[in-house]
Every structure is written in C-alpha cells, then in structure tokens.
Ligand binder design. Structure first.
Ligand code: MN
Length: 300
C-alpha cells in the first residue's frame, strides 16, 4: 500500500505541474496573439486614415528612367499622406487603375508643354518639350477628374492643367508677355528661397488654405498661363501680372500653382505644408470604384 501511495504521489505532482505549465503557456500565447492583433489593427487603422497621394514622375528617354525630386515625396509625408510615384506608361488602362487606387494626384513639374496641344506653332524661345509625358500627364489628370480624385498641380502641372481643359500658355514670358516682367520668374537661387510675391484673390480656396493676401514664393518657370481654361479662375498673380495660380472649384477639384511649394514643405515649413494637408483632406472622402474609361490617350 505504502508503495502504491508513494507511486500515486510521485505521479500526480509532476502531472499537475506540467498541466499548469501548459495552461500558462496557452494564456501567454493568447495574450501575445491579442497584442499582435491590437498592433495590427492599430497599424491598419492609422494606414487607413492616410490617403495615398499619387505623384506623376518625369520621364527621360535618353537614360530610360522615371523620376521625381524628393521634395514632393517629403512634402506628402510631412502632410500626412502616403506618396505613390506614378511612372509614364503606355498602358492607359493600367495608368487609370493607378489613379483609381490612389486618393489624390499631384502633377509634378518638368518640361514645357508642347504648343500643339493649344493650337500654336513652337516659338523660337520654347524650351524642351516631352510629348509622351504631356499625353501621359493629361491622361492621369482627365482620369483623376473623371473619378473625382482631388488634384494639386505644380509648375508645369499648373500649365498642363490649364491646357488640358482648353486654356493657352505664353510659351516664353520674356519674349511674349505683353508687359515686361518685373520680377525674376526664372530663379537663379536655391528653391528653398522665395524670390517674388504673389497676390492672392480673397474669394478663393487658396486664400482659405493660406489665410494670406500676399505670399512669398519661389519661381522656376519661363512659361505661364495666358487664356484661362473654362471652369477655372485666376487666384494668384505676380506683381507684374503673370498668372501664378488657378483653381477649378467647384467644377474641378483642382488647385494649380505656378511655384514649387514642395521645396518649403520638405523643410517642414508649417505654412506651406498646409497646401499639401489641404490635398490630404480633400482626398479623405474620395474613394470611388473605377468604371473602365471610355477614352484612351494617344500614346504611340
Ligand atoms: Mn513666378
């Protein structure tokens, strides 16, 4: 008997201990799982609040590359968006699908817009043009409008926006602008330095964002908006009368500026980050489902 009892005791104790250990292990695993899930959900939650901001990129045929200055990427990140670079593609439906996936579009700067798009011959002072990129950017822009995605157009993006919706450009400000330009539009100093002022129209979305009637801006352009596209209005001009910003509200969810606010926003300039925060905000409720676009761009 004694032997038997001894055996029972010897057997039960280790069994109970191992059972408890298993139980603890399970609880620990469940706790770990719980916290992983909380972490994942909070990550998904915070990602969901950040809209995807598509940024059109430049295209270089000579070195076969697509790129954009990092100022745009940092400006979007600083404003609480997720940057997505959009390369030029000959597959128009793929490009449209990218626009469907992002929540907003930034049309970045670059070459002159080809004057054929607004029915003019090239002036001798016209700069380099990139016909393929014009087509691609116009397609991205038209698709964004069709899918009701908000747009922020910058520099060349502003000019291209105007041309896409029926406006025209001065191909070269120094040789074509009726009044002699009195400020430096082709800035020779660093882009983080404002070089001239613009006067902002008070009754405008731009004013709502910036809350200032005069803004100090940088300037890297020799082309400018001439005839404003129907549905758009001028919301900022330089002291010499050169058009510096247009917007299409309420018909088009587009703000287009001639200067480069991303230089300042990259530096963490709180005032200029507002312009990108505005795009992030406009992107907040713009999720929509794509219907296959009916028109195709004429990319050869
Ligand atoms: Mn300027």
């Amino acid at each position: 008997m004694e032997n038997a009892r001894f055996t029972v005791l010897r057997c039960t104790k280790p069994k109970r201990i191992s059972y408890l250990c298993k139980e603890n292990k399970n609880i620990l695993q469940m706790k770990r799982l719980f916290w992983i899930m909380v972490l994942m959900l909070s990550c998904i939650g915070s990602m969901a609040q950040k809209p995807l901001i598509g940024i059109s990129t430049g295209y270089s045929a000579s070195d076969n590359s697509a790129s954009v200055r990092f100022t745009y990427v940092d400006a979007v990140v600083n404003a609480g968006g997720i940057p997505v670079l959009i390369p030029l593609t000959r597959d128009s439906l793929a490009a449209a699908e990218v626009i469907n996936k992002v929540d907003a579009l930034i049309l970045s700067g670059g070459e002159d817009v080809h004057p054929f798009f607004y029915g003019e011959e090239s002036a001798s002072a016209l700069g380099g043009v990139n016909y393929e990129r014009d087509l691609s950017d116009m397609w991205l822009l038209k698709t964004a409008v069709k899918l009701n995605k908000p747009v922020l157009s910058i520099c060349r993006g502003e000019q291209l926006t105007n041309v896409t919706f029926g406006g025209t450009l001065y191909q070269d400000i120094p040789s074509q602008f009726p009044n002699r330009p009195t400020v430096q539009h082709g800035q020779r100093s660093n882009g983080t330095l404002p070089i001239h002022h613009v006067n902002v129209v008070k009754d405008s979305h731009l004013y709502e964002i910036m809350q200032q009637e005069q803004l100090a801006v940088n300037s890297f352009h020799h082309q400018a908006v001439k005839d404003v596209a129907p549905g758009f209005k001028v919301v900022a001009t330089a002291p010499d009368g050169v058009i510096e910003a247009i917007e299409g509200f309420p018909k088009y969810n587009i703000l287009a500026v001639q200067w480069h606010p991303e230089y300042f926003a990259q530096q963490g300039d709180k005032q200029w980050i507002k312009l990108f925060e505005d795009l992030v905000q406009r992107a907040g409720g713009s999720k929509s489902n794509i219907k296959e676009p009916t028109a195709k761009p004429r990319i050869r």
